[in-house]
Design a protein around this ligand. Structure first.
Ligand code: NAD
Ligand code: TYD
Length: 352
C-alpha cells in the first residue's frame, strides 16, 4: 500500500505557472505524490522548483509529451489518479514564427496524454480527473466593452490561441465520447516571479534594469486582464478539489490595463526601486512594428468561479507588481541564466 492518497502528474511544472502550481501542491498536500513532467525546453528551468526538489512527496521526470512511447510507459507504470496539464508552447510571438511547434506540443501532446490516461485505467476512469489548463485567448478579441464568459464562442486568432483551442476541444470530446472526467480553466494574462523574460512584464523589467529600449507594439493601446501567478495557482487548487466534472471555469484578475498604462506604472516602480530619477525609465519606451494579428482586448468574467467556489484574487495589481519587481531584482542569477545563449539570438531576431 502506498503511503500517498493520490498520484498526481503535473505537466510543465518547471515552467512559469507550472512551478507555482507544483510548489503549492507539494507543500499543501503532503499526502499527495506529485510527479512533475517537463521536457525542459527553453522556457523550463529546474531552478524554478529548487526549493522543493528534496520533498518526500515530489519527483521530477524529464520527458516530452510528444514522445508517445515514453508517455504510454510512464502512465502504465504510475497509474496516475489525476493529471494537471500545463505543458505547452506559450508565447504568441513564437507561434507566429514557428506554428508547428505549437501544433505538436499543444495539440498532439495533449492528445497523447489523453490517450495514455484513458488506456492506463483500462477505461475505468470513475474517480480520475484530467484537469486541463488553458487560456482566455481561445475566445479571440473583444471590442471596447464586454467580457469573456464560459459560454463565449471560441474564436482563436493566433496560432498559439488556435492550438490551445484545439486542445480544449479535444479534452471536451474525450469527456463526451469516452466518459473521461475532465475540468478546464481558461485564465487571463499571468505575471509574477519565474516568468520567462520574453513576455511583456519580465522582458520590460529586464530591459529597464539594463537601460535597454522598451519595444511597445503598435499604438500600445491593447488591453489585457492581469492576474498574479499565485492567485492562478490558488484558483487551480480550488477548482481541482471543489469544481464540477465536465465544467469550465474562467479565471481572471478583474484587472484590465492598456499596455501603455501598465508600462508607465512599471516604469514608475522601477525608477523608485533602482533609485533613478522620476521619468527616466519611461524615456526607454520605443514604438515598434505591431504584432501580426494582434488581439485588441482580453477581459475575463470570473464571476462563476467566485460565485460557485468563492475564489477571488488575493492581491491587488499594485501589490502583485511590486512583489514581481522585487523578485526579479533579487534573482539576478536566475535572470542571467535565462537570458544567456539562445535568448540573445531570439532577442536579435525579434527586436533588431
Ligand atoms: P511556460 O512557457 O513558462 O512553461 C511551459 C513549460 O512546459 C516549460 O517548463 C516547458 O519546458 C514545458 N514544455 C513545453 N513543451 C513541452 C513538451 N513537449 N513536453 C513536456 N514539457 C514541455 O508557460 P506558462 O506561462 O507557465 O503556461 C503554462 C500553461 O498555462 C500553458 O498551458 C499556457 O497555455 C497556460 N496559460 C498561460 C498564461 C500566461 O499568462 N502565461 C495564461 C493562461 C494560461
Ligand atoms: P505577452 O506578454 O506576450 O502576452 P499575450 O500576447 O499572451 O497577451 O504580451 C502582452 C501584451 O504586450 C500584448 O498586447 C503584446 C504586448 N507586447 C509589447 O507591446 N511588446 C513586447 O515586447 C511584448 C513581448 C508584448
Amino acid at each position: 500500500m502506498s503511503k500517498f492518497s493520490k498520484n498526481i502528474l503535473i505537466t510543465g511544472g518547471a515552467g512559469f505557472i507550472g512551478s507555482h502550481v507544483v510548489r503549492l501542491f507539494v507543500n499543501k498536500y503532503p499526502d499527495y505524490r506529485i510527479f512533475n513532467l517537463d521536457a525542459l525546453t527553453y522556457a523550463g528551468n529546474l531552478e524554478n522548483v529548487k526549493d522543493i526538489e528534496q520533498a518526500p512527496n515530489y519527483k521530477f521526470i524529464k520527458g516530452n509529451i510528444n514522445d508517445i512511447g515514453f508517455i504510454n510507459d510512464l502512465f502504465n507504470e504510475n497509474c496516475f489518479d489525476a493529471v494537471i496539464h500545463l505543458a505547452a508552447e506559450s508565447h504568441v510571438d513564437r507561434s507566429i514564427t514557428n506554428p508547428n511547434d505549437f501544433i505538436e506540443t499543444n495539440v498532439l501532446g495533449t492528445a497523447n496524454l489523453l490517450n495514455a490516461f484513458k488506456a492506463s485505467h483500462k477505461e475505468n476512469l470513475g474517480d480520475k480527473l484530467f484537469y486541463h489548463v488553458s487560456t482566455d485567448e481561445v475566445y479571440g478579441s473583444l471590442g471596447k466593452t464586454g467580457l469573456f464568459k464560459e459560454t463565449t464562442p471560441y474564436d482563436p486568432q493566433s496560432p498559439y490561441a488556435a492550438s490551445k483551442a484545439s486542445s480544449d476541444h479535444l479534452v471536451r470530446a474525450y469527456g463526451n465520447t469516452y466518459g473521461l472526467p475532465f475540468m478546464i480553466s481558461n485564465c487571463s494574462n499571468n505575471y509574477g516571479g519565474n516568468q520567462f523574460p520574453e513576455k511583456l512584464i519580465p522582458l520590460f523589467i529586464n530591459n529597464i534594469k539594463h537601460n535597454k529600449s522598451l519595444p511597445v507594439y503598435g499604438d500600445g493601446n491593447y488591453t489585457r486582464d492581469w492576474l498574479y501567478v499565485l492567485d492562478h495557482a490558488l484558483a487551480i487548487d480550488e477548482i481541482f478539489h471543489k469544481g464540477t466534472i465536465g465544467e469550465t471555469y474562467n479565471i481572471g484578475g478583474f484587472n484590465e490595463w492598456t499596455n501603455l498604462n501598465l508600462i508607465k506604472l512599471l516604469c514608475e516602480l522601477m525608477d523608485k526601486k533602482l533609485n533613478r530619477a522620476k521619468g527616466s525609465s519611461e524615456q526607454l519606451i520605443t514604438y515598434v512594428k505591431d504584432r501580426a494579428g494582434h488581439d485588441r482586448r482580453y477581459a475575463i468574467d470570473a464571476g462563476k468561479l467566485n460565485r460557485e467556489l468563492g475564489w477571488m484574487p488575493s492581491v491587488t495589481f499594485e501589490e502583485g507588481l511590486e512583489k514581481t519587481v522585487d523578485w526579479y531584482l533579487s534573482n539576478d542569477e536566475w535572470l542571467e541564466h535565462m537570458t544567456t545563449g539562445t535568448y540573445q539570438e531570439y532577442y536579435k531576431k525579434m527586436y533588431n
